[in-house]
Design a protein around this ligand. Structure first.
Ligand code: ADP
Ligand code: MG
Length: 348
């Protein structure tokens, strides 16, 4: 380790602070896809198209048909802590969006080149839409150009100015794998939205947005899964509603990656919730096996704290004990009724 030489206490220049903060939100290419997808969903998109090239380092593009960004606001969207989603801290008590920190676009624009084109829903066709390009956190160019309603965000040259992050980024195959998993997850969490993901021009994910979870599962895994899943439904009419599907025992896999948990529309990674699930299925599945599961947990917004982690994949539940017990019981009850077939099915 190089010897530490203390400098006098001083404020970091904005550009340095920006780049440090960006690293927290944008860990690897899939983080960019996640943030752009969440923005599209927050904008009420019904159709989201994603293109990825070179594992996300060369290009990530998300095209949505959401409500768009007014031309007068476009130049400001890449400024840190600039958001249209909350006004006061108290708004977190009744949050209706996935985003709220106003950090994602600022972070991405700091470590890549970003171009956004957008036309606000309901504006006339003749009205030109606006576009702007940022590089290394700076607004470089902007203009007007016709385009359909909605927003296109294009990210190129990711991590061009963060060599350490660039060398940490794995082969395109690995990064693509993470991206496919992420898009599948959102397709399951938002079955009413049509998703497509093209990896280097190869169509990797395509859903119809039918709104039906069993159909979505079939579209994602190319297996007639609707025959092999059972519905989960439970509620105490006060603290929680659980809704989802769990695969029959025959679909159990040697990995937890087919477990999808959502809390108020937010995909979460939670040790506590995972443990609650495992208590439900442990005695019913072979050791080391995990179910295919999609579970949407709805709780009153004021009983949920999403402000835990920059990537927002962790949450705190006020009524955690009640909810974890409900999850354990619901999973157990459904799985007990599921037939155990002799042959296991392997996912593609
Ligand atoms: P946050 O989502 O936390 O508000 P972001 O940096 O992700 O922060 O986005 C900043 C703002 O840019 C959003 O609040 C929203 O107003 C606007 N925005 C970003 N992406 C889109 C999109 N796809 N459609 C409409 N508005 C968008
Ligand atoms: Mg956002």
């Amino acid at each position: 380790r190089p010897a530490f030489v203390r400098s006098p206490l001083h404020a970091l220049p904005d550009a340095v602070a920006e780049r440090i903060a960006a690293g927290e939100v944008i860990e690897r290419p899939v983080s960019v896809v996640k943030e752009l997808l969440e923005n599209a969903l927050d904008a009420g998109a019904q159709d989201i198209r994603i293109e990825v090239r070179g594992g996300g380092l060369r290009l990530i593009r998300v095209i949505d048909d959401g409500y768009g960004i007014p031309a007068s606001e476009l130049a400001a969207v890449c400024i840190r802590h600039t958001t249209s989603k909350i006004v006061a801290f108290e708004d977190l008590d009744h949050l209706a969006t996935l985003g709220f920190r106003g950090e994602a676009l600022a972070s991405i624009a700091t470590v890549a080149e970003v171009t956004i084109q957008s036309r606000v829903r309901g504006t006339s066709d003749e009205e030109p839409a606006s576009w702007a390009t940022w590089r290394g956190g700076k607004l470089e160019e902007r203009g007007l150009r016709a385009r359909p309603e909605g927003t296109t965000v294009t990210v190129t040259d990711l991590f061009y100015n963060v060599p350490a992050r660039l060398s940490y980024t794995r082969a395109a195959r690995t990064e693509n794998g993470h991206i496919v998993q992420l898009v599948r997850r959102y397709a399951l969490g938002y079955a009413g939205v049509r998703f497509s993901l093209a990896l280097d021009e190869h169509m990797a994910v395509q859903t119809s947005g039918s709104g039906d979870l069993a159909t979505t599962l079939t579209e994602l895994y190319h297996l007639a899964l609707d025959e092999m899943v059972q519905e989960i439904q439970a509620s105490d009419g006060q603290h929680y509603v659980l809704r989802g599907y769990i695969g029959n025992r025959v679909l159990a896999q040697g990995s937890r990656q087919y477990i999808n948990l959502f809390v108020n529309g937010r995909w979460v990674q939670s040790r506590t919730l995972q443990d609650a699930l495992e208590r439900g299925y442990r005695s019913l599945l072979p050791k080391g096996k995990h179910p295919l599961l999609v579970l949407a947990i709805e709780v009153p917004p004021h009983e949920l704290d999403v402000n835990v982690h920059p990537a927002k994949t962790e949450v705190h539940l006020l009524q955690e004990a009640i909810i974890t017990e409900a999850i354990t019981q619901a999973v157990k009850a459904v799985l007990e009724r599921s037939p155990a077939l002799p042959e296991a099915v392997q996912f593609p």
